[in-house]
Ligand binder design. Structure first.
Ligand code: ACO
Length: 325
C-alpha cells in the first residue's frame, strides 16, 4: 500500500508587492531583482491577516476538491517555520479552524524543504498503516522575518500556503520514492535566531538585524544547486526511473538561476520545469505545493505523469519526492 495526492489547493495574502513597490523601502531596483532572481512580485501578509487562516483556506479548497470532509481526515502534517506561537503548533491551529479534534496534528520544521519532508513523513506513516487520509500543508510567511532594511534578503521572500490531500492507494501509483537530507554544519548560512511571525512590512515594530533572516546568499546558491541536483538523481535512481522519463519537475522556487542551473545539470528540458517564482518569490515551504496546484490547474499534470518535487533550505535541509500521478 502506498499513498497518492488526490487534490491540491493554495491561498495567498491579499497584498502583492511588486519590485517597484520595494524600491520605496530600500535601495534596490526592479532590474536587479528580476535579473538576479527572476522575481517580479511577491505576496506579503499585512496587519490583521493570519497565516493560519490562509493555510486553512488552502486546506478547505484541497478537501473540497478531494470530496472529503475535514472530519474524515486521519492526520494533519504541516511543513512550516512560521507558526505564530512557539506552541501550540501550526497544525493544531489549522485543526482548530477546520473544526475537528482528536486526530494527530503536528509540524515538520525543515524551512524551505518543509513540504518535501512532510510528504515523506505522511507517505511513510500511510505505508505503515497508521493513516488512510492525510492533509499535508506547506505554509510560511518569511516576509515577516526579514529586516526590511536589508536589500540582500528582503526582496527574495513572499508568503502563502499550499495544501494537498493524500490517500492510501494500492499498486504502483503515488509516491514512488522520497529522499531527505540535512547538513547541520551549514546552519549559519541561513537562519532566523528568533521564533514566530512577528511583524509585517507595514508594522511599526520591524525586526532588527539580529532577529531577522541572516543569509549568506552566494554560498547558499552553490550548495543549493549541488544538493538539489544530487538528491534528484538519487531519488529517481531509487525508484528505478530514468531522468528523461520525468514529465514535470516542480522545484522549490528560490531563485530562477538556481532552478535553471539544477535543470541544466540534470539535462532537464526547460519546458519540463514548472516555475512561478516571478509572481510569488520564495514562499519557503509553501513554494512547492503552490507550484503543484498551479501546474495541475494549467493541465501540466495528468494521470500517470511522473512528477519530481524537490527543495533545499535552512538547516541546511534538502530532499525530493518522486510521484507517479
Ligand atoms: N538590489 C540591488 N543590489 C543588490 C541587492 C538588491 N536587492 N541585493 C544585493 N545587491 C548587491 C550587493 O550589495 C552586491 O553589491 P556589491 O558588489 O557592490 O557589493 C551585488 O548586488 C552582488 O551581490 P551578491 O550577493 O554577490 O549577488 P548574487 O548574484 O549572489 O545574488 C542572491 C544574490 C540573489 C541572494 C543569490 O546569492 C541567491 O539567490 N542565493 C541563494 C539564496 C536563496 O535562495 N535563499 C533562499 C533560501 S535557500 C533556498 O531556498 C535554496
Amino acid at each position: 500500500m502506498g499513498s497518492r495526492i488526490v487534490a491540491t489547493g493554495r491561498a495567498l495574502p491579499r497584498t502583492a508587492l511588486s519590485n517597484k513597490d520595494l524600491e520605496r523601502y530600500m535601495d534596490t531596483s526592479d532590474e536587479w531583482i528580476k535579473s538576479r532572481t527572476g522575481i517580479n512580485q511577491r505576496y506579503a501578509i499585512r496587519q490583521g491577516e493570519s497565516l493560519a487562516e490562509i493555510a486553512t483556506t488552502a486546506s478547505r479548497i484541497a478537501l473540497e476538491r478531494a470530496g472529503l470532509k475535514a472530519s474524515e481526515l486521519d492526520a494533519i502534517i504541516v511543513g512550516t517555520v512560521s507558526s505564530e506561537y512557539a506552541f501550540p503548533s501550526f497544525a493544531c491551529q489549522i485543526q482548530h479552524q477546520l473544526g475537528i479534534s482528536s486526530i494527530p496534528a503536528f509540524d515538520v520544521a525543515a524551512a524551505c524543504s518543509g513540504f518535501i519532508y512532510a510528504i515523506s513523513v505522511a507517505d511513510s506513516q500511510m505505508r505503515a498503516g497508521d493513516f488512510k487520509r492525510v492533509l499535508v500543508v506547506g505554509a510560511d510567511a518569511l516576509s515577516t522575518m526579514v529586516d526590511w532594511n536589508d536589500r540582500r534578503t528582503a526582496v527574495l521572500f513572499g508568503d502563502g500556503a499550499g495544501a494537498v490531500v493524500m490517500v492510501t492507494t494500492p499498486g504502483n501509483r503515488g509516491v514512488l520514492s522520497s529522499l531527505l537530507r540535512s547538513s547541520g554544519e551549514h546552519w549559519h548560512l541561513l537562519s532566523v535566531r528568533a521564533t514566530g511571525v512577528r511583524s509585517t512590512i507595514d508594522s511599526e515594530v520591524r525586526r532588527c538585524a539580529d532577529d531577522a533572516i541572516q543569509m549568506k546568499g552566494p554560498e547558499l546558491f552553490k550548495i543549493a544547486v549541488k544538493s538539489m541536483e544530487e538528491v534528484s538523481r538519487l531519488v529517481a535512481e531509487r525508484a528505478g526511473v530514468k531522468l528523461d522519463e520525468i514529465d514535470l519537475f516542480v522545484p522549490h522556487q528560490a531563485n530562477m538561476r538556481i532552478i535553471t542551473a539544477v535543470a541544466d545539470r540534470l539535462g532537464m528540458p526547460h519546458e519540463k520545469v514548472f516555475t512561478n517564482i516571478d509572481r510569488f518569490g520564495n514562499t519557503s515551504a509553501a513554494s512547492v505545493p503552490i507550484a503543484l496546484d498551479e501546474a495541475i490547474e494549467q493541465g501540466r499534470i495528468h494521470d500517470n505523469s511522473i512528477v519530481m518535487l524537490n527543495a533545499c533550505g535552512g538547516g541546511l535541509t534538502w530532499g525530493a519526492n518522486l510521484i507517479r500521478w
